[in-house]
Design a protein around this ligand. Structure first.
Ligand SMILES: [Zn+2]
Length: 103
């Protein structure tokens, strides 16, 4: 059995992207999130959208499933995922107290 690695969408939290949204060198995957419709490397790089702006717009529009070809997961609950990705985004750059070395 083959294990396919999946990646979470940094915009909406959809956990099933087939590629990391951005490569280590910073380029986009050109994958379109089937949930929120964000295309990495295009919506951001070409259209100048940010994850948070896109997320707010998508939420305001009712968090609709974007893809017509793919079905949402069985127990898909966008509100849960989006709140999770938001709290992770907020905690992405935690301020850690510096340790005093040998002071
Ligand atoms: Zn998404």
């Amino acid at each position: 059995m083959e294990t396919v690695k999946r990646h979470p969408c940094p915009v909406c939290g959809y956990p099933g992207l087939s590629e990391p949204p951005r490569t280590r060198s910073g380029g986009g995957s050109y994958e379109i999130c089937p949930s929120c419709g964000f295309q990495f490397g295009v919506s951001d790089d070409d259209a100048g959208e940010t994850y948070s702006v896109w997320r707010e717009r998508w939420r305001a529009a009712g968090m609709k499933w974007s893809s017509r070809g793919l079905r949402p997961p069985k127990d898909w609950d966008p509100a849960t995922h989006v709140s999770r990705v938001e709290s992770e985004a907020l905690g992405a750059a935690p301020k850690r107290p510096k340790r005093n070395r040998g002071a």
